[in-house]
Design a protein around this ligand. Structure first.
Ligand code: SF4
Length: 177
């Protein structure tokens, strides 16, 4: 694999690492966000707990990298913790690594674009494929082939929807937009 290819698969690898190992999977995510109008002292105490929780997370490095790529955190708003950093901490890290992160974000977009193209082509081909199939000289019942194709179409459609939703969310759109 070339270094360019490695960069292009990086986001999916990071997301898979977080999905598989996130310590906060079964935790109320309110722990990581300051409530509307929440007193600074209350938030400060909870923020300390959240930061130490992240410190023991096996997915922390991947989570931090995704947070930086997603543009999470603002320098002027102390209202969240992700990947072991506060919002201002993420903003400072992003400013310090701006050049590297811009290249990574471009690669992420390329990767998603290619994935969407491939999934869309496969979806069309699967949806329009005929049901006439033979395995080891025996004709497979068309209803069985159709059921398999329908399942594959639903899976592909879900994958396409997931990528589009993630892109919209990163661009500041709501899920239903
Ligand atoms: S680093 Fe923190 S926010 Fe990220 S997955 Fe782990 S516990 Fe959750």
């Amino acid at each position: 694999m070339t270094s360019t290819q490695a960069r292009h698969t990086r986001r999916a690898v990071l997301q898979a690492a977080v999905d598989a190992n996130a310590r906060c999977h079964d935790v109320d995510l309110d722990l990581f966000f300051r409530g509307d109008g929440e007193q600074h002292t209350t938030w400060q105490a909870r923020r300390t707990v959240a930061l130490s929780f992240c410190a023991g997370c096996p997915a922390r490095a991947a989570c931090e990298e995704l947070a930086l790529r997603d543009g999470d955190g603002r320098a002027d708003r102390d209202d969240m913790v992700r990947g072991g950093r506060t919002g201002p901490g993420l903003a400072a890290a992003r400013a310090a690594q701006a050049e590297r992160l811009a290249l990574a974000a471009d690669a992420d977009r390329d990767t998603e674009g290619r994935q969407l193209d491939q999934l869309t082509v496969e979806l069309r081909a699967t949806a329009t494929a005929d049901t006439d199939r033979t395995v080891q000289g025996r004709r497979v019942p068309p209803a069985q082939v159709q059921a398999q194709q329908n399942l594959r179409v639903r899976t592909l459609a879900a994958q396409i929807r997931q990528i589009r939703t993630a892109r919209r969310a990163r661009n500041g759109w709501e899920v239903a937009a």
